[in-house]
Design a protein around this ligand. Structure first.
Ligand code: FES
Length: 179
């Protein structure tokens, strides 16, 4: 087992140890706590939770994928959040999201294979007057149009190159989680 996988298992085991008497009704709070600690739910984590609660892995995976609060991949170096609040929706956030999915070749909830970008849809981020808004890390981009998306993404690609950011493939298809 790879070193980072071992570390992940031990971190999840520590969380589960604190909930030794947990029953099946603790499934969602446990998943939330693990995601809070790890940033996402790994295959290892799902397996450990299933064993801890005496549930089939497919059941744990099914519940986790039902709720869009859960992630199954590590966030990218530049996490992109697309606002789906009312003001942004009215101003075309869906087409901005579609442009990002095309540009990054991932769906919402995914992370690019080079580990640079992850994409998620979030509730109102409190800048409605600037709709439609996306956030890339701590940077807010206002009044974004689909045609601006490649330029915005390129800016962060160049930034990563200038910083010599080491890239490691991290993507795992959610469907492969329990393969
Ligand atoms: S609706 Fe998008 S910032 Fe509020």
């Amino acid at each position: 087992m790879a070193q980072h996988t071992l570390a992940r298992a031990s971190s999840v085991e520590n969380i589960l140890a604190r909930h030794s008497g947990a029953g099946r009704d603790h499934l969602i709070p446990l998943l939330q706590e693990i995601q809070e600690a790890e940033g996402f739910l790994s295959r290892v984590a799902l397996r450990l939770v299933a064993a801890h609660l005496h549930l089939p892995e497919s059941k744990v995976y099914g519940v986790a994928t039902f709720y869009n609060q859960f992630r199954f991949q590590a966030r990218g170096s530049f996490p992109i959040a697309v606002c789906r609040g009312t003001a942004c929706h009215v101003k075309g956030s869906a087409s901005v999201l579609a442009a990002l999915e095309r540009e990054l070749r991932i769906a919402a909830g995914g992370t690019t294979r080079d580990g640079l970008f992850s994409l998620e849809v979030v509730a109102c981020i409190g800048a409605c007057g600037l709709a439609p808004v996306i956030a890339v890390g701590d940077d807010y981009h206002a009044g974004v149009t689909p045609s601006q998306v490649p330029g915005i993404v390129d800016r962060y690609r160049r930034q990563a190159q200038e910083q010599g950011r080491a890239l490691e493939p991290v993507a795992v298809d959610a469907e492969e989680m329990l393969a």
